[in-house]
Design a binder for this molecule. Structure first.
Ligand SMILES: Cc1cc2nc3c(=O)[nH]c(=O)nc-3n(C[C@H](O)[C@H](O)[C@H](O)COP(=O)(O)OP(=O)(O)OC[C@H]3O[C@@H](n4cnc5c(N)ncnc54)[C@H](O)[C@@H]3O)c2cc1C
Length: 405
């Protein structure tokens, strides 16, 4: 049977970073991946552009039962060091709106290719198309099995990722392997996904984007907020602003929740009345359904007038005070009952995972089994949309590969 000093299971972002870090320190590393090639999910990130990190990446952008666990790793491999690391292996990057960092090439392929070349250059042995089913410890040695024993090693890093993005390699294998060593998991839920709502209005707006302030309300209390782009879909609302609050919708899926959208987040109520009054004065014969034309996407504007129950034959000058206040109110606080979120297959990240309190935050080593480590999404840490999840993968992978003694 093969032997290695260190085996990493999972050649996604965190596993590749862990393997590279250890190999750069002279360790003999084997990296095992169940898919036919390394970094399969990375290729699909950021819509094929790979949003590799975010210059704002810091603890407030992360979530988990014990989120403070992430701090040491994020400080050990902060954003600047991540960018320098990528530059050192030949990947140039650029910073875009919101602090999002992308490869200069605009292509996720470049990220995967440079990582692959670095793995080859540092002598990491890659075993592709090998699905690991179990791992056991005999004395000081880990034995790792697919259908048969595959390899023996002294140190083992579990970097199998989470359940999100099933078609791209998301699986629950990492949880199973770590649980077999006595670890436990918090409840897991799909995050960074579409929020499914009562579909009638979103369906009529399918494909329309809007700049919103979004809130999730439970019995009159706001439990999550975000701002930015929302995208209407067949079954609900998607887009970055929605992704950021989808975690709350997923973990509270047994509760009565509403998604509330403000389509004029940078305008006051008075601004909106002024806008309508100006139209009443200057274009009195304009159809009332066109009152928001010029302010919002035409389809969205018309929908809000319909939603406010305004007769489609009315003209702007005939709008009563009561009708105007309905239009303004609904445009500032458009309410959609939440039906749920997308499943793991469409979600970008997993909320929840293996309990961080069972690992040492300085080394990523298990407190239960010596020589066993975990990094990346398999642990109960998830970040907001915008490069934060990959930064967690790089930082935690780096730390796991760095401190193996
Ligand atoms: C469509 C999509 C777009 C995204 N875009 C972004 C983005 O732009 N920016 C960002 O920050 N985050 C993004 N994310 C999230 C980010 O990709 C993940 O959080 C990150 O990849 C997690 O890294 P990881 O190493 O923990 O897991 P993964 O990258 O999922 O890697 C785990 C690897 O382990 C392998 N594996 C699993 N089980 C086994 C087994 N039993 N045996 C062998 N191998 C196994 C898997 O095949 C996989 O290759 C996106 C996610 C998705 C799904």
């Amino acid at each position: 049977m093969k032997k290695s000093e260190l085996t990493v299971i999972g050649a996604g972002a965190s596993g590749i970073m862990a393997a590279l870090t250890a190999a750069m320190q002279g360790k003999k590393v084997t990296l095992i991946e169940r898919q036919a090639r390394v970094g399969r999910k990375l290729m699909a990130t950021g819509n094929g552009r790979c949003n590799i990190t975010n210059i704002k990446a810091d603890l407030p952008f992360y979530h988990g039962d014990n989120v403070g666990f992430a701090e040491y790793a994020l400080c050990s491999m902060p954003v600047q060091k991540t960018i320098e690391f990528f530059s050192s292996i030949g990947l140039l990057t650029t910073v875009e709106e919101g602090g999002r960092v992308y490869p200069l090439s605009n292509s996720a392929n470049s990220v995967v290719d440079t990582l692959r070349y670095a793995l080859e250059a540092t002598g990491v042995e890659i075993v592709n198309s090998c699905l690991i089913k179990t791992a056991k410890k005999h004395g000081d040695v880990f034995r790792i099995y697919s259908d048969e024993p595959v390899i023996e090693c002294n140190k083992l890093i579990i970097a199998c990722g989470g359940a999100a993005g099933e078609k791209l390699g998301g699986s629950q294998d990492g949880y199973k392997i770590l649980k077999s060593f006595g670890h436990s998991s918090t409840a897991i839920a799909p995050a960074l996904s579409q929020i499914k709502t009562k579909p009638d209005f979103p369906r009529s707006l399918k494909g329309v984007k809007a700049d919103v302030r979004a809130r999730i309300e439970e019995n009159g209390n706001t439990i999550a907020t975000s701002e930015g782009e929302a995208l209407f879909t067949e079954t609900g609302v998607s887009g970055p602003a929605i992704f950021d609050i989808s975690r709350t919708a997923a973990v509270n899926s047994n509760k009565n929740l509403e998604l509330r959208l403000n389509f004029f987040r940078n305008r006051t109520e008075a601004d909106l009345y002024d806008y309508i009054n100006n139209k009443k004065q200057k274009m009195p014969n304009l159809s009332a359904s066109e009152v928001w034309t010029g302010a919002l996407h035409n389809r969205l504007g018309r929908m809000l007038i319909k939603y406010s129950g305004i007769d489609s034959n009315k003209i702007v000058s005939e709008l009563s005070q009561d009708e105007m206040s309905k239009i303004v109110r609904n445009s500032l606080d458009f309410v959609l009952p939440i039906y749920g979120t997308d499943s793991f297959s469409q979600a970008q990240v997993t909320a929840g995972g293996i309990r961080c309190s069972e690992f040492c935050d300085k080394t990523m080593q298990s407190k239960i089994v010596k020589g066993l480590y975990a990094c990346g999404e398999v642990l109960d840490i998830d970040g907001d949309c915008g490069g934060f999840n990959l930064q967690w993968a790089w930082s935690s992978g780096y730390l796991a590969g760095l401190t193996l003694d």
